[in-house]
Design a protein around this ligand. Sequence first.
Ligand code: DAH
Length: 339
Amino acid sequence: MNELNDQINQIKNQFFDQLQETRTEAELFQVEKNFLGKKSGPVTQLLKKLSELPPEERPKWGQSVNELKKLLELELAQKRQNLVNTDEPQLWWDYTLDKFAVGRGHWHPISLVLKDMVNFFASMGFEVAQGPEVETEFYNFDALNIPSNHPARDVWDTFYLKTGEVLRTHTSSVQIRTLMQRTPPLRVISPGRCFRYEEVDATHLAVFNQMEGLMIDKNICLSDLKGILHKAIEFIFGNSLKTRFRPAFYPFVEPGLDLDCQCIFCGGSGCSVCKQTGWIELIPCGMVHPNVIRNCGHDPEVYRGFAFGMGFDRIVMLRYGINDMRLLYKGDLNVLSQF
Ligand code: DAH
């Protein structure tokens, strides 16, 4: 029996030595195999000896070996638990853990309105046209009937680049690019980013979105403009709102107009959003100036049409009742996840 105790102590010493060195689940598994392995593990070997012993020694032997086995199992389990609780990288997976809750992505409110608008105008036969954000003065101003000495240039607080180009101040430049490349009849919309040297506040940003519209054919008149924009507003805000035109000046249209719609917040009775007027200024527009058509190589006696340029972010704000334009660009998930 002394011999047994010696063997047991020797196994324990070796076991604890190895256990101390163990850092990973895989290593722990190896230690378990080394000592409790069914075929050649030392504990199994000791148990096998049972049959060679005289019957009176067997119970004692069996009990000691079983105690050893239990001790090793307990130590292994404890070590496994410790491994799980440490930060050390290890090969360990708990398949019973609940899966991580990963939030689903969603559209930004600007993209939502943009998709809707593109669909709406596509249903009226409009295509989407694009132009560069870094523009020449020719496309951004001159061809739009705003020569360099014209006082109206001051209206657009322009970022000039060292190359002599500008960051486009409006999407109206795409009118010129389209009209120069194509022969009417044509119907295009052009959504995109514009840039102005603005002081940023709740309703002005230095980088903002506009959506230009242009329709040129032989017999276009103001009532076409009115009908299409009225339908567009009905589509955006989901109900039929009253609209009205006011005269306005933009060098590239004649007549130039501002389209107002009945305030969607108070229904026209007057509130803080519409500054008690009952109307909201929505879409600058007009009949394309003959000079613009001529500058693009077409005969204004033959072709005419209308153009409009809506402040896109403003439409998004009105549609969703957002009172600060900066919220659209901050990327704050608390705001964005509401859409
Ligand atoms: N481009 C003008 C601006 O940014 C807006 C505008 C007015 C566009 C009249 C048009 C238009 O197409 O016809 O202030």
